[in-house]
Design a protein around this ligand. Structure first.
Ligand SMILES: [Zn+2]
Length: 395
């Protein structure tokens, strides 16, 4: 077992409350890593001995971002739809069907290649844990395929057969729900950890959504919900009722929704890139935080409503447009994302956590919002990288 000390850290964000404050900040810090796991964090002057030493040269070190909501395995692109939105056409859920058609026509290798490319793009921007959803297949064959390909890229695979009703079931959504909760769930469940539903006008109503989530729960999957993106609805209440790990979007929140979220363990996952890219009103993160709700920030990277893979961009938006403090936004993009995935091994640098460490070329975490759009991520190391013999290489 080799121990590695990442030393000379200007500012360390641990999300470990034993260091004080929301972010557990330590200045002039070091992290001791053993076998890809955090063994110690603290002041550099008090660091224990290690087999090897790495020099962070005064940079800021944060836990890798946990992006708890994305759609990365798909074919085609929808730049023209973006242009239409920016020139006056409002967003509707129907564009998903464009991506469904392109994805069904694509072979495994091209889907695998484009998915890998997006995961690499995320990692270069500091994301070390990513959830990804099916939902561009919408047949038993294609949903199984997307889940299997996603599983090659992450452990956090979500079955979203209930993304929209596919064209061949138009006018008979209940028959499609039967397919999703029957043969499609059977085919996808071996690859998935979660089940999700788009509970929204134009997608699935609350009774259909309840049936879908309950079928997944009965198969041992955890529940997640897309809700209240295009208008207020019953999806948030449903998510809380069923003990979902997360309800995502929450663009249109009622007072009742906020109360329910604050009194539950369901995380409200905000997706500021979606409001940005669809020119929609931003929900108030402040309102949720002040009520005591657990809040995460994720990218929702997808080819339609939001094609950013950048968590730093989402953090900057959350600070600027949603009332987060810089500390709250970074917490929501790391520890909040981990909570939304019910994970305790990522999203923080507590002792025992995975050593997913990101070095920022910045004197403090404030630069994530202070220098929006600037590539501050210098080095990304995940737990597996610490086990490599060339971990000392500076890249
Ligand atoms: Zn989504």
């Amino acid at each position: 077992m080799t121990t590695v000390l990442l030393d000379a850290i200007g500012q360390l964000v641990t999300n470990d409350e034993t260091h004080g404050g929301l972010l557990g900040l330590v200045s002039d810090a070091a992290v001791l890593v053993e076998d890809g796991v955090v063994r110690w964090t603290g002041r550099s002057a008090e660091a224990p001995a290690a087999d090897r030493r790495l020099d962070a040269e005064g940079r800021t070190v944060i836990p890798g971002f946990v992006d708890s909501h994305s759609h990365l395995v798909f074919a085609g692109e929808r730049g023209a739809e973006y242009e239409a939105r920016m020139t006056g056409t409002p967003y509707s859920a129907g564009g998903i069907r464009t991506t469904v058609a392109a994805t069904r026509a694509a072979d495994d290798d091209s889907l695998r290649t484009s998915g890998r490319r997006l995961v690499a793009e995320m990692r270069a921007q500091g994301t070390t844990t990513v959830e990804m959803k099916t939902g561009y297949g919408l047949t038993v064959f294609d949903e199984e395929r997307l889940a299997r390909l996603s599983r090659e890229l992450t452990d956090e695979v979500t079955f979203l057969g209930a993304h929209v009703v596919p064209p061949e079931y138009r006018g008979d959504a209940d028959a499609y729900v039967d397919l999703v909760t029957g043969p499609m769930l059977d085919a996808v469940a071996p690859f998935a950890r979660w089940i999700d539903v788009f509970c929204e006008t134009g997608a699935f109503d609350v009774e259909q959504s309840r049936a879908i989530l309950k079928a997944g729960l009965a198969r041992g999957l955890g529940a997640r919900v897309h809700a209240s993106q295009l208008g207020p609805g019953q999806g948030i209440a449903l998510a809380v009722e069923l003990g979902a790990a997360s309800v995502d979007h929450c663009t249109f929140l009622t007072d009742g929704d906020v109360e329910l979220l604050a009194s539950s363990s369901t995380v409200a996952t905000l997706l500021p890139g979606v409001e940005f890219s669809t020119r929609s009103p931003y929900p108030s993160g402040r309102r949720l935080l002040d009520a005591g709700a657990a809040v995460a920030i994720a990218s929702d990277c997808n080819p339609g409503s939001c094609f950013t893979s950048s968590m730093p961009f989402c953090i900057a938006l959350a600070i600027r447009e949603m009332g987060f403090t810089p500390a709250e936004a970074l917490w929501a993009a790391t520890a909040g994302g981990a909570a939304a995935l019910r994970r305790t091994d990522v999203g923080s640098l507590r002792v025992g956590a995975r050593a997913d460490l990101v070095e920022l070329d910045a004197p403090s975490h404030l630069y994530l919002g202070y220098r929006p759009g600037v590539p501050l991520v210098r080095t990304v190391r995940t737990a597996a990288d610490w086990l490599l013999t060339d971990v000392t290489r500076q890249d």
